[in-house]
Ligand binder design. Structure first.
Ligand SMILES: Nc1ncnc2c1ncn2[C@@H]1O[C@H](COP(=O)(O)OP(=O)(O)O)[C@@H](O)[C@H]1O
Ligand SMILES: [Mg+2]
Length: 245
């Protein structure tokens, strides 16, 4: 359903993405691992055109776009079908929990407040926040903030959900509650791309692992192929540094 072909992106004279190829099928749970600074966040941001590739192309179901000839309608159509969960929680401080989740439904999808509220209640229940509807972000823990961010992403009913290191700014004791919600989401069948340093977690929820290194997909395999017997030396070295093997 989603294919990226020979994606390249430079910031100034520095090439960050050097020809990324990625193919994702409906229902896939793909974890993207790799060293810091290798372009994982940039790659996710390219999918909804928050980062603008200099060349390459994307296919999203029937939508096809060449980045050298980027088309507003195609960008908008892809954005409406994807949702992103950010490392630094995508919640607005001046809105309550439920207002945060209703916001994209009312503002982007132009749903009525009543309809948006019904969907928001459903998604907040799913992430275990039914008891915090009218709290403001300042009254929440990091884990609760991130679960609000996940409910907000789910509420738009995206075809693909993109998680960018969703637990890496959390205190260690709060990581588990967020991973539990992510596991729930990914096992519900929604196509998911997850950038993470939680290797055991990636291994347990993914059907495919992508190892990015120096701006390209350096290896791609099943979790067993990546973690149990990494043949690529750079991958073995990376996993070792993450204390996986
Ligand atoms: N908006 C930007 N402008 C300039 N350089 C950027 C920008 N965003 C990211 N970079 C650089 O691109 C490289 C890849 O960043 P990123 O995609 O965040 O890597 P990762 O998520 O794998 O850690 C880094 O060297 C980073 O400093
Ligand atoms: Mg990143």
């Amino acid at each position: 359903m989603l294919e990226l072909n020979d994606l390249k992106l430079s910031y100034g004279s520095t090439q960050i993405l050097k020809g990324v190829n990625l193919s994702v099928k409906r229902g896939d749970v793909v974890s993207i691992i790799g060293p810091s600074g290798t372009g994982k966040t940039t790659l996710l941001r390219c999918i909804n055109y928050l980062a603008k590739p200099t060349s390459g192309s994307i296919t999203f179901d029937q939508i096809k776009m060449d980045y050298q000839n980027a088309d507003k309608n195609a960008i908008q159509a892809i954005r409406l079908r994807t949702a992103m969960v950010f490392q630094q929680f995508n919640v607005f401080k001046n809105m309550t929990v439920i207002e945060n989740v209703m916001d994209p439904l009312v503002v982007v999808q132009r749903k009525s407040k009543a309809e948006a509220r019904a969907i928001a209640l459903e998604e907040l229940e799913r992430v275990g926040l039914s008891g915090k509807l009218d709290n403001y972000p300042s009254q929440l823990s990091g884990g609760q903030l991130q679960r609000t961010g996940i409910a907000r992403a789910l509420a738009v009913r995206p075809d693909v959900i993109l998680f960018d290191e969703p637990t890496s700014s959390l205190d260690p004791e709060l990581v588990g509650e967020v991973l539990k919600v992510i596991k729930d989401v990914t096992s519900s069948g929604i196509t998911s791309l997850l950038v993470t340093h939680e290797m055991q977690f990636a291994k347990s929820i993914s059907n495919r692992i992508v190892f990015m290194d120096q701006g390209v997909v350096a290896a791609e395999d099943t979790p067993a192929g990546i973690f149990d017997n990494p043949s690529l030396p750079r991958l073995a070295q990376f996993l070792n540094s993450e204390r996986v093997i």
